[in-house]
Design a protein. Structure first.
Length: 401
């Protein structure tokens, strides 16, 4: 791709402030003294602060009066000061330390005036990577009102800026997929094709986006493209794992791509076939494409997630395809690869403009392979806008031998 004339940027300081104010409105209405965020994605959503989430707690807190602080391990203070705009940065020496970080954090909450009844995404730092510690309610001696549902509802409806970042991610997913398709040939291994496509796309992103690219959280982050082991008969496993399999003539392949832009993700996947497809491969492939179109047509404001998945299941039932069904139609996507709500008959969330979903109904035959296309779409005022663009016809997705 050519270098962009206009730079891509992350979420503006103004929009981040508006998000926090909306959350504070809820906190104040419920008579809470403030709120606390432990989840890395939530902290990024409300503050724009990126960090590696591990056993060392990183916590953001804001009082009902608007006084805030971020709480980080001591070795993060210098970077946090340089790369974030927090007015107050508090720290602790190390985890677990001679005094547990949550004990130190409780004193900070008291100083902020956050006490008695506190809003939080969860009652304490999650037990990841061996972390152990007291609940927030115990450490602070307060009752905790959970805010997870409120936050998820806010994240579900994307802003214009978020949609632009997801659309840009989709452009680079397509770039990575074209390379993956080019490099996938009989005799080549999954790792060879995947690593080459992801590496070259990442370098192209850096060249095209320059300093405006904010892609990931570590030196290894960037674009990726591959199969996650869905090669040959393993493609009938909706969630397989990579085994560095060598491609062979007659293999059915199911791809996956990723290209985070300032943390925001699109998803683009395709079913492909190495060599001429059999009649049964062609039949399942075409039905998978048709099912995706059914989902596109079903999406509009006012219908429910269950309605969309139900339309796909009705198509499968009419065409005697239910034995090949394995998973729901799709899921929301944004800062995380999977978000709520879910296009599932058990999810009655009403669709609203700005919601972004993957659309990926699949058919899986253990004797032939799996067939799944995934595209990322945003609900508009009347229908749907597809944010990923890539051929979906069988001719374009049949690989030469």
């Amino acid at each position: 791709m050519e270098r962009r004339d206009e730079p891509i940027s992350g979420i503006s300081t103004m929009e981040l402030g508006e998000r926090r104010e909306r959350l504070l409105d809820h906190v104040r209405r419920d008579g809470l003294s403030g709120y606390v965020l432990f989840d890395a994605a939530y902290i990024q959503y409300f503050t724009g602060f990126w960090f590696l989430s591990n056993e060392r707690p990183v916590i953001y807190a804001e009082s009902a009066g608007g006084e805030s602080a971020v709480f980080v391990p001591e070795f993060e203070v210098e970077r946090t000061r340089a790369e974030a705009g927090f007015a107050r940065i508090e720290s602790y020496p190390e985890y677990p330390g001679t005094e547990h970080p949550m004990s130190i954090f409780a004193r900070i909450l008291s100083d902020l005036g956050i006490r008695d009844t506190i809003g939080a995404d969860q009652d304490g730092y999650p037990g990841i990577l061996g972390y152990q510690g007291p609940a927030l309610s115990d450490a602070a001696g307060a009752s905790v009102a959970l805010l997870g549902d409120i936050i998820e509802a806010m994240m579900a409806r994307k802003s214009v800026s978020e949609i632009a970042l997801i659309r840009e991610s989709g452009r680079w997913c397509a770039h990575a997929h074209r390379l993956l398709q080019e490099y996938s040939r009989p005799g080549v291994t999954e790792a060879e094709a995947s690593l080459r496509a992801g590496h070259e796309t990442t370098l192209a992103m850096l060249e095209a986006l320059g300093e405006s690219y904010g892609g990931g959280l570590s030196s290894s982050s960037g674009a990726s493209a591959g199969y996650r082991g869905q090669i040959g008969l393993r493609s009938s496993w909706a969630h397989a794992i990579a085994h560095n399999i060598e491609f062979r003539e007659g293999d059915v392949l199911v791809t996956e791509t990723s290209a985070p832009i300032w943390g925001y993700n699109a998803e683009l996947e395709r079913a492909m076939i190495i060599g001429p497809p059999t009649d049964e491969m062609r039949r399942l492939f075409e039905h998978a494409v048709a099912a995706q179109r059914i989902a596109f047509d079903a999406i509009r404001p006012g219908v429910t997630c269950a309605d969309v998945d139900g339309a796909v299941l009705s198509y499968f039932e009419r065409n005697d395809l239910l034995p090949y069904w394995r998973q729901h139609t799709g899921h929301a996507i944004g800062l995380r690869n999977h978000e709520a709500p879910f296009l599932d008959v058990g999810d009655n969330t009403t669709l609203e403009p700005g919601m972004v979903f993957t659309i990926e109904p699949g058919l899986y035959d253990s004797e032939i392979g799996g067939f799944r296309h995934s595209d990322t779409v945003v609900v508009t005022e009347s229908s749907v806008d597809v944010l990923t663009a890539y051929p979906s016809d069988i001719e374009s997705l049949t690989l030469p031998i």
